[in-house]
Each structure stands twice: as C-alpha cells, then as structure tokens.
Design a protein around this ligand. Structure first.
Ligand code: KG4
Ligand code: ZN
Length: 333
C-alpha cells in the first residue's frame, strides 16, 4: 500500500447502471452513487442498448457530481480516475470512457482502464473480510459465468465458463417466460422463497468432464414444464430452477477448489445478490473447509466502487492507460 491515502474515482457504465464512486485505498467507500435504468428497460423485458447509452449520457455527470458531493471531495483532490472499458455494450461503455478521459485530461489525473470482471472479482475487498491470494473466483452476472483461478492481481486462469446462457441471463429468461418482469433474478428468488413445492430439474453434466457450465437446457426444461401444464405453480418452477442452478454452481466450484487445492472462494456479480446462493455457499464452505467471501448485496450488482477498487490495484502497479483507451465489448480477463 502507498504511504499516503489514495482516492480513486470509479466510473461504471457497461450495461444498464450508471455508477460513480470514490474509494479510499481500494477498501473504504467514501461515496457510491448508482442510477439504475430498470424502469426504462423493464417495459421491453431486457436492456435496449440504444436507450441504455442515451440514459448514461444524460446521467453520467449528475452521478459523478453526486459522488463527489457525498464524499465532500473536489475533483482536484482525487488521485486517479478508473473506468470500465469492457466487456459490455459498446455504446454504453463509450459514455463512461469519454467522461473519464475528459476528467483525466482537465484535472491532469492518471486514467485507469478497468476490466469489468476484475471489478466483480475484487468487489469483496470493499468488505471487512478480505481474501488472500491465491483464490478461486466465481463470477455470476447477467453476461458472465466464469470460474477463475486468481493467482494475484492481473494473473488469471479461466477454469470453467458457460457454454450458452450466463446464470443471470437464465434467471431473466425464466422470469420472462413466466411473465414475472425484469430483471428476473430478484423476482425468481422471491417466488422460490415463498414456495412449498418444487419441480425437480436435472443438473447439466458436462460429458467431457470439463468444469464448464450450461444453463440453456434448464431454461428450456422450465419452458417445457410450463407448456405441458399452463396451470403449473410458477413458485414451484422457480424453486426447482433455482435449486438446479445452485447445485451446478456449488458442485463445480467445490470440485475445482479441491482440484486446485485452494482454500478460498470469492463470489462476485449480480447473481450473488441472491440470499439462498449466499447461504448455500457459506454452508458448503463450512462443510468442505473452504473460506467463502462475497460483497454485501448492494455491491454485487454493477457499481462504480468495484471499478475504483480494481483501478486502485492498477494504480499501485502503475498500470496507467493512455488517452487511446477504447471500448472493448468482448474484453477477456
Ligand atoms: O453484475 P450485474 O449487475 O450486471 C452484469 O454485469 O451483467 O448482474 C445483473 C444480473 C441480472 O441478470 C439479474 O437478474 C441478476 O444479476 N440478479 C440476480 C439477483 N439479483 C440480480 N439473480 C439471482 N438472484 C438475485 N437476487
Ligand atoms: Zn456486472
């Protein structure tokens, strides 16, 4: 750690949340403001890219101003500006990048391009209990399902990933086919929690023995059950769907942790907001002697604070970005 406090402004606009936050030394949130676009996109049942970028443009400076005000900070006093440059929607990412560049240029601050997935992996550093390297990270969001061996900051090996739908996407699609609304994750979770019965769905097993995931078959199984009996209890479908998702996540993660002999598992991404997933991971962690780490619920979904934290780690390594920084919608870890 540097011998003085480092405050990074983090900007996140990769999907449908406009986020800005000020974070001290990569671990203390001075402010975090998120403007959600759920209302705009919900009538379409999913994110409309064109509407997303327009809304980011309208809100980005308001959100940044709010973050500075909440932290009682002046732009002159920050040490760097971190921004998501991928993966995500190109038009949305560009709004964040342009704002970050304008600030970095005007105030002569270092620019730090951050991979959104690194943000999710290191969001847990914003909590009291912090994991030591190496650890296994499970990123489960609307766009990603990845098991990553994190040896140190910047050194990653992807051990498993989804071959079709991401977990959050599967939650959203199941909610859509049951006419629950958008985003689906919290709605499916709520119905599952209220359910006494559950429809049993099989867990997808990879025939080649890999640690990849697959969720589209499960989503189709829910659709088939619904078509076979239109009066079927949606709660029981949600409960069964969630059970099968959790079984897949737990089994693969624990198997990989054992294979790699890692004793720490870090969860990140919007799906980790799910209470049952959090509880089940804690339970299996206790049984298997694996320490489980995850951020508080508000830091699971997209936010500027996690980008500031990953940006701080880049700042320490002096990995600054040039003004050529561009959006990379398909950016890998
Ligand atoms: O990380 P995030 O905010 O955005 C991406 O980077 O994709 O994740 C959003 C995803 C959505 O698919 C949403 O349905 C899911 O996270 N999600 C949940 C819950 N809250 C959000 N999934 C399951 N249970 C939840 N409580
Ligand atoms: Zn995300």
């Amino acid at each position: 750690m540097a011998n003085r406090d480092i405050v990074i402004l983090g900007i996140e606009t990769s999907c449908d949340d406009t986020g800005a936050a000020l974070v001290k030394n990569g671990e203390t949130i001075l402010s975090s403001v998120v403007s959600s676009q759920i209302k705009i996109h919900s009538e379409f049942g999913g994110v409309v890219p064109e509407l997303a970028s327009r809304s980011h443009l309208e809100n980005i400076y308001i959100v940044i101003e709010e973050a500075l005000k909440e932290a009682r900070f002046k732009m002159e006093d920050i040490d760097g500006v971190a921004v998501t440059y991928g993966p995500g929607l190109v038009g949305s990412i560009l709004i964040g990048i342009e704002a970050a560049k304008a600030i970095a240029y005007t105030y002569r601050k270092p620019l730090l391009g951050v991979n959104h997935l690194e943000g999710h992996i290191f969001s847990t550093l914003l909590e009291g209990k912090k994991p030591k390297f190496p650890f296994l990270a499970l990123i489960v969001s609307g766009g990603h399902t990845e098991l990553v061996h994190v040896k140190e900051f910047g050194k990653y090996k992807i051990i498993g990933k989804t071959r079709d739908d991401a977990v959050g996407e599967a939650f959203d699609k199941v909610a859509k086919l049951l006419n629950l609304g958008y985003p689906g994750g919290p709605l499916v979770e709520k119905l599952a929690k209220d359910s006494i019965n559950r429809v049993k769905f099989p867990e997808a097993v990879m025939k080649d023995g890999s640690f990849d995931f697959s969720f589209s078959g499960l989503k189709t199984a829910v659709l088939t059950a619904k078509k076979a009996n239109n009066n079927i209890d949606s709660k029981a479908l949600c409960a069964g769907f969630q059970d099968a998702v959790i079984a897949a996540l737990l089994n693969k993660t624990i198997a990989v942790a054992a294979k790699l002999k890692v004793k720490r598992v870090v969860l990140g991404g919007g799906v980790v907001a799910n209470k049952t997933i959090r509880e089940e991971f804690l339970k299996i962690g206790r049984q298997e002697g694996v320490d489980i780490f995850f951020p508080s619920v508000s830091l699971c979904t997209d936010n500027g604070a996690m980008i500031a934290t990953a940006g701080y780690l880049k700042f320490l390594k002096k990995k600054f970005s040039s003004f050529d920084l561009n959006a990379d919608p398909g950016l890998k870890l």
